[in-house]
Write a protein that binds this ligand. Structure first.
Ligand code: 4FV
Length: 249
């Protein structure tokens, strides 16, 4: 996969995208990240990428020309018109694992990072294919959201995660929160590991983990439970959980 990232602060990506799994993915040739400085596509000698908002108001707005020229230059390279071109902004669709899985199926992505108050609306209307938000809060720039998208999507590229870090059985993959995990030591400051996990009884372990994933999701994210595909066994486990919690209340 190739990901082009448009930003006025390419230096922000040194470090996060060169380290660990994402760094290795590039070394392995599974991922290519191309940082594009929007200023390089500015038209004036001051390399302006922002200007005052029409109609007045505080702050500055990102100009259309440098961003259109940068994206068209990238798309133009090997004629890739339908390349998914994603604007990171608080007005976007909320990014989640499902969207990450969808984007991981693309061979090319273009991510556009904003600064200042945001983008000229014509960028949204006439250039991009998607708009994504990583959450309902305001950041100083779109660079961190772009890194979040790169990380979540890249780890789903076949071969990027080794077995030990497999994406197979994790939160949100089946729409539930992850079950509790434990590792050595068996006893830590008097806190022990649930017996079932030491039993070697795979069927009981699988059932315990499913039940604890359901419990945690029921307690913390009932919105996810409402969307999850549940089996007959899941419904029985949920009855048990509700009774157990009913007992405590
Ligand atoms: C954001 C978000 C975000 C808005 C103004 C950058 C900032 C500034 N992007 N998810 N939340 N962007 O806060 O994606 O230009």
């Amino acid at each position: 996969m190739r990901i082009d990232i448009l930003t006025i602060f390419p230096e922000m990506f040194q470090g996060p995208l060169q380290t660990s799994i994402i760094g290795k993915a590039q070394e392995k040739g599974l991922l290519e990240i191309n940082l594009v400085n929007i200023r390089d596509y500015a038209l004036d000698k001051h390399k302006s990428v922002d200007d005052y908002p029409y109609g007045g108001g505080a702050g500055m707005v990102m100009k259309p020309e440098p961003i259109f020229r940068a994206v068209e230059a990238i798309r133009g390279e090997d004629f890739y018109p339908q390349c998914r071109t994603i604007l990171l902004s608080p007005q976007g669709e909320l990014f989640n694992q499902e969207k990450a899985q969808e984007l991981a199926a693309s061979s090319r992505l273009i991510l556009i990072c904003g600064r200042y108050e945001g983008f000229d609306e014509r960028i949204r209307q006439h250039l991009v294919t998607d708009e994504l938000s990583i959450g309902d809060y305001i950041l100083t720039g779109g660079e961190l959201p772009a890194m979040v998208v790169v990380d979540a999507v890249s780890r789903l590229i076949p071969g990027v995660l080794g077995d030990e870090e497999s994406a197979r059985e994790e939160s949100f993959t089946f729409g539930l929160l992850e079950y509790p995990q434990y590792t050595r030591p068996k006893e830590f400051r008097g806190y022990s590991v649930p017996e079932v996990l030491l039993s070697g009884h795979h069927q009981r372990i699988r059932r315990w983990r499913r039940k604890e994933a359901l419990r945690r999701t029921w307690l913390r994210r009932p919105d996810l439970l409402a969307k999850a595909t549940l089996t007959e066994e899941d419904h029985l486990l949920l009855e048990e959980i509700k009774q157990e919690h009913g007992q405590e209340e």
